[in-house]
Design a protein around this ligand. Structure first.
Ligand SMILES: [Zn+2]
Length: 656
């Protein structure tokens, strides 16, 4: 590990202690081997004049909910040092009271809640304090001979602190251990099974001391041959098994979950290790990971449902062994699983959560294998880990999200998603929390961004191979499929039957009818393991009320509607609902070019404007209006409806 300190950048910040603090915090945050997703914390002590003109020493400490990689000035909470030092001298303090009184001692009531390590930062008599959960150091610590090896590496230059719960107990412990200590002789503190503290009056030195200490641990691992060679491996994941696994996990979690497969070379070789069941049953790298990953991983056997049930039963036993009788058990579902020889799977209720789990497990796999080479992976005791998992201050971190969206954890696939109704449906589904595979023949679809929960896949749905590949990519990426909007379509040029050429006829049948049958067929095995699976097919007003000159379109859409009705009959017993929406005159779609619009209006002998709101309600129908109905039909609000055909046409006197 190298120092990322940049003298030119730092020179611009000179004199502004808080900006320097932000700068080196972000440097720490850049190294995933030091801190991951909210792990670690930093502080700076600054004297400020208060409202009454008195000098007051404040500890600007990382606020809870902020990440070192992205922290800004407002991410630091200013807490009065005097109060923190007084708190350190208390013999006892509950963590709830600690948080309350720290908040009460803030110079700015609008700042975030200070880190649970604020007291510990306060008692370290240096201006800058850096704290990380460095992989290398914790890995060595998590072995049977770890304490001795840490001593061998660092000698007297660090203070070793045996594991205790973070929060007040840890602060109190460090306070006791350092009361009569000459701080100047120390380069840092190593908290066994937890992490590293460094400190200095200068930001650069405190940061670089951290890098130096971690470097020593990394060198030691190399010297002992505890390094991992990552091979380039590929696997052919069993996607149906993945869907079954996702469903079983979702059922045990109590909500739909995404299942993201990591089939990198590192993950595949880890999953193929002979002792993978044993090494993944011992615990996480640091106890704060437990709220994200649970204590152990699940190794998936031949029958994924059975594996999940076994995991859940074991979790219930673990809970009853350690509960004090007052706690409520969390859901017993695993957060990561090993698919032997195929990689590892991370579970989470949305993309953010699942990414956190995937990142943590990536580091966990490496740490476990390194520790195995160093004498054996040994995490903290079940009791210690349980205390952390059920610690109110840790659980509070998970409760921040607002009320769940209706499609949270659900996977949707929409065809014809680059424009018009398809795009409106994809956007509406993503807005309601679904991850969406957006398929379209138009490369524009690639612009659908993953950040908004969408992935654009270029696909000609009339090509069976391409379609199959796109569906498989969706399963690979999210673990399953729940919602399908079969929308891709084309409005054929107006032509009376006598003038209608074969090509136009074939093209309409191919896209407006055949491709939908193929799509349903390819998706079906996965939808069977979907969470409340539901299909909506975009039909047309032309089905109940065809127009002259539109034989190719009307016939294909009528066939499609009949296909949907049969599908509703066939799939009902599998719990899959199939409904049809019949839009009419939705002009903000790819289908309606100006030319088509003029021709259709001419067919009825009216102007384009009259044609646009030529319905009972005399209103214009937009793609969004259709998407609203599609989303509702897909949702559980319509859980008792299948085989229905709903017009979204402003009312049509020929249909009514
Ligand atoms: Zn920590």
């Amino acid at each position: 590990m190298k120092s990322l300190w940049n003298a030119a950048e730092a020179a611009k910040l000179k004199g502004d202690l808080l900006r320097l603090r932000v700068y080196t915090s972000q440097l720490l945050g850049r190294e995933a081997d030091l801190v991951l997703h909210g792990g670690g914390n930093t502080s700076v002590k600054i004297s400020e004049r208060n409202l009454f003109g008195e000098e007051e020493e404040l500890l600007y400490v990382k606020g809870s909910g902020w990440d070192l990689a992205t922290i800004q000035r407002e991410g630091f909470a200013p807490v009065r040092m005097k109060v923190l030092l007084q708190m350190a001298r208390l013999n006892q303090l509950s963590d709830g009271d600690m948080v309350k009184h720290q908040r009460a001692a803030m110079a700015d009531p609008y700042a975030p809640t200070p880190s649970v390590e604020a007291i510990l930062h306060a008692i370290i008599p240096f201006r800058f304090v850096d704290h990380t959960h460095a992989d290398a150091v914790v890995t060595i610590s998590n072995t049977p001979d770890g304490d001795r090896m840490i001593e061998e590496i660092y000698g007297d230059e660090v203070l070793l602190v045996p594991y205790v719960m973070p929060g007040f107990i840890l602060s109190r412990k460090v306070f006791e251990l350092t009361e009569k200590l000459d701080w100047k002789k120390l380069k840092g503190i190593i908290l066994l099974h937890h992490g590293v503290f460094t400190f200095h009056h200068e930001a650069k030195e405190s940061y670089e001391q951290m890098i130096a200490l971690v470097n020593k641990a990394e060198q030691y691992l190399r010297k002992k041959g505890a390094t991992i060679v990552i091979r380039k491996l590929r696997s052919q994941p069993d996607l149906l098994k993945l869907s079954r696994l996702r469903k079983a996990v979702s059922m045990n979690m109590g909500n739909a979950a995404l299942a993201v497969l990591n089939d990198s070379g590192a993950a595949i070789s880890f999953s193929a290790l002979e002792n993978v069941s044993s090494i993944t049953s011992r615990g996480p790298i640091t106890p704060d990971h437990i709220i994200r990953t649970k204590r152990t991983a699940m190794v998936v056997g031949d029958d994924p449902e059975k594996s999940v049930t076994r995991f859940a039963t074991d979790y219930e036993k673990y809970f009853s062994r350690h509960t004090n009788g007052i706690l409520t058990m969390l859901d017993p579902a695993p957060r990561w699983a090993v698919l032997k020889g195929q990689g590892v799977v991370a579970f989470g209720k949305n993309l953010t959560d699942v990414k956190i789990v995937a990142d943590i497990t990536g580091h966990t796999m490496k740490a476990i294998q390194q520790a195995e080479k160093l004498g054996g992976w040994q995490a903290l005791s079940q009791k210690n880990l349980f205390e952390m998992e059920y610690w109110e201050l840790e659980q509070a971190k998970l409760k921040k999200s607002s009320s769940p969206k209706i499609f949270q954890g659900k996977v949707a696939l929409v065809t014809g998603a680059a424009s018009g109704i398809g795009k409106a449906c994809a956007l509406a589904l993503a807005k309601e929390g679904a991850v969406v595979a957006a398929l379209d023949i138009n490369p524009e679809v690639k612009k659908m961004s993953e950040e908004s929960g969408m992935v654009g896949i270029v696909c000609d749905v009339t090509q069976e191979k391409m379609l199959t590949k796109a569906v498989e990519q969706t399963i690979r990426q999210f673990g399953g499929l729940d919602l399908l909007v079969s929308n891709a379509g084309i409005f054929s040029p107006s032509a009376a039957i006598g003038e209608l050429d074969d090509k136009t006829w074939e093209k309409s049948l191919s896209l407006n009818l055949n491709s939908h049958r193929q799509l349903i067929k390819v998706c079906l095995p996965y939808l069977e393991y979907g969470i409340n699976p539901s299909i909506v097919i975009i039909g047309s007003k032309n089905v109940p009320a065809p127009g002259p000159g539109a034989a190719a379109y009307s016939v294909a859409k009528a066939g499609l509607t009949q296909l949907a009705r049969v599908a509703a009959l066939e799939l009902g017993k599998k719990g899959i609902r199939v409904n049809v929406v019949h839009p009419n005159a939705v002009f903000d779609t790819g289908v309606w070019t100006d030319q088509v619009l003029r021709n259709r209006a001419a067919q009825y002998g009216i102007t384009v404007e009259e044609y646009k709101s030529n319905n009972v309600l005399q209103t214009e129908v937009t793609s969004k209006d259709v998407a609203v109905v599609v989303v509702q039909l897909l949702s559980d609000r319509f859980s008792k409806t299948t085989g229905a055909q709903i017009p979204v046409d402003g009312g049509n006197d020929r249909v009514i």
